[in-house]
Design a protein around this ligand. Structure first.
Ligand code: AMP
Ligand code: MG
Length: 563
């Protein structure tokens, strides 16, 4: 079959040509043929909705499962009563506000709608597209057009006529080229047949916008996740694998900084990257397709399907994509990405929280670390890291040897005791040693933390802030306590006289110092250890929940920097 191509791109044709070509397309539809048409969402594959044979051919050429119903495209809300029954007033309110536009309403059907359109359901999905060519075609036909997206079933939707030609050329009678689609994702589907409007598919109109008209709506389970096997979705289309590019796709969800780092850590040379503009540099040696700026979800919606098709002709063997958060059109973009990935999603920071703990002796840091381990977290003891680096890292030893010759034996071995004596006697020598060691600690810790994809992790370091390790943490916590409490605890714990305990404490940095440098303070003024444990537990829970929330919504760290 030859597919007629009608070029109706605004800059190239006159109104008279449009009328003529739309008339020709309408004639094809009237004769039972199939025509692909531009809409503001994606290109649609249209047939006369009241012609059951023509509609059947849509399923055939797309390879679409028969139980996946189609949307009726109307010329306006005045057509609603012709094809729908029991229309609630809210449906009219929504149509008045959002039509023509990317909102589909599911309503009770009338019997004149063929069964094949609704896949035998007693409801029908209807919308009025916001595109001059689609509207002209519907008006010219004088009947609703049944149209799913104009792609082969399972493939990414088409947002240009060229893509339609690639998928449908030779299989349908005509393609109307109206240029690229302005919205880029399919319509939002809202079921209006229940007691409360229910979101069946996120799309071109955001939940937030709908809720300004109808109040809170219910979100169907199928929107956010994968339905368990055997469960029947309200919107049959939600059960199928959709939008898939040729190479397998993995979606990374979470705060963009974190997803970008995780993608970078896992990728190999033939990994294609779909990322936000802000992260293009990071992936400059990969084949990359940009989704637009992180906060511009409308732009992401436009670039989504082109991104999923972009790697079809490339040598990439897999694709990694950053997922936007669920605000605005982000919900629709993320939904399509996850479906395109067959739900292969790496939740980067859903639970990945790194806490930095610091504070002087006797304040209760150890209790907090124990609690973190009880909560399933792991603890990195930087004291141990320090010793390990001095044992194992040749480069570090070489640098230390240059400056602390006296601390090495003749055959070049480090004598820790001598090194200790030297640095404890002179503050400036201690500072120098620390500066050298920190240069190795930070990358070492960065590496270890980079391997933590999920879960809670605590970095325990007396020099958390000075070493620069605090910057690797989601939050830094100073564990402090009144001097008298610390003296009592250290005396009892270490079995030393009170005055030694006082000396030891005063040799360390003050609580005031830790308090001023950290994001949070956990003050141990509790009467009993049990009470402190309880307080600390509540503190940690709240803090972790808050940090997870922040990450989920991509907020920058609200750091309290007090120099
Ligand atoms: P598409 O045209 O590819 O965007 O698919 C149309 C979508 O509308 C599919 O996900 C269908 O499941 C959904 N749909 C169509 N009719 C109904 C209906 N009566 N009830 C619920 N969902 C519907
Ligand atoms: Mg589709």
């Amino acid at each position: 079959m030859e597919t007629l191509y009608f070029d109706l791109r605004a800059t190239r044709v006159k109104q008279q040509d449009i009328t003529e070509k739309v008339g020709e397309a309408a004639r094809i539809l009237r004769q039972g043929g199939l025509v692909a048409m531009p809409t503001e969402t994606v290109y649609g594959l249209g047939a006369n909705a009241l012609d059951a044979d023509a509609v059947a051919r849509i399923f055939e050429v797309k390879g679409r499962p028969q139980d996946n119903p189609l949307i009726l495209h109307l010329s306006g809300q005045q057509w609603l009563p012709r094809y729908c029954a029991n229309i609630p007033p809210l449906a009219f309110a929504l149509a008045r506000k959002f039509w023509p536009g990317p909102l589909t309403l599911v309503l009770k059907r009338r019997n004149n709608v063929p069964d094949i359109v609704t896949a035998g359901l007693d409801t029908v999905a209807v919308r009025c597209p916001n595109h001059p060519i689609a509207l002209a075609l519907i008006r010219e036909l004088g009947l609703p057009i049944a149209a799913p997206s104009a792609n082969l079933s399972g493939r990414p939707s088409c947002t240009t006529a060229e893509e339609v030609m690639a998928d449908m050329g030779g299989r349908i009678h005509g393609v109307l080229d109206g240029g690229p689609c302005t919205v880029g994702v399919e319509s939002t589907i809202l079921d209006m047949t229940g007691p409360q409007p229910r979101l069946l598919r996120p799309g071109g109109v955001s939940i937030e916008a709908i809720e300004t008209i109808v109040g809170p709506i219910t979100v169907d389970k199928a929107v956010t996740g994968q339905l368990p096997d055997g469960e029947r979705p309200k919107s049959p289309g939600m059960k199928y694998r959709h939008y898939a590019p040729r190479a397998p796709l993995t979606v990374f969800s979470g705060a963009p900084d974190v997803t970008a780092r995780e993608m970078e850590r896992r990728m190999c040379p033939r990994t294609g990257i779909v990322c936000f503009d802000e992260y293009k540099e990071l992936f400059q040696y990969q084949e990359t397709y940009s989704l637009g700026p992180y906060h511009d979800t409308a732009e992401q919606a436009r670039r989504l399907f082109p991104a999923l098709r972009a790697f079809d002709e490339s040598p990439c063997t897999e694709i990694y994509a950053q997922c936007p958060d669920s605000r605005g059109l982000g919900l629709a973009v993320g939904n399509r990405l996850k479906r395109a990935a067959g739900f292969r999603v790496v939740e980067c920071d859903a639970q990945r929280i790194i806490l930095g703990l610091t504070g002087g002796t006797g304040a209760g840091k150890t209790t907090v670390l124990e609690l973190i381990e009880e909560m399933g977290g792991s603890v990195i003891d930087c004291d141990k890291v320090y010793h390990r680096l001095l044992d194992e890292n040749e480069e570090l030893l070489f640098e230390v040897r240059r400056v602390f010759r006296g601390a090495f034996t003749i055959d070049g071995k480090l004598d820790r005791k001598k090194l200790g004596e030297e640095v404890f006697a002179k503050q400036d020598r201690m500072a120098l040693l620390n500066r050298i060691v920190y240069r190795y600690m930070v990358p070492y810790l960065e590496d270890r933390l980079g391997a933590v994809v999920e879960g809670l992790c605590a970095v325990d370091a007396v020099n958390l802030i000075e070493s620069g390790l605090g910057r690797l943490c989601d939050a830094t916590i100073a564990v402090t306590a009144p001097i008298e409490v610390r003296v009592r605890r250290v005396t009892a714990r270490d079995g030393i006289p009170e005055q030694y305990a006082r000396l030891r404490i005063s040799a360390q940095k003050s609580d005031e110092y830790y308090r001023s440098k950290c994001d949070y303070e956990l003050n141990n003024a509790a009467d009993t250890p049990e009470q402190f444990r309880r307080e600390a537990k509540i503190f940690l829970r709240r803090l972790i929940e808050g940090l997870q929330e922040e990450k989920r919504y991509g907020k920058k760290k609200g750091r309290v920097t007090r120099e």
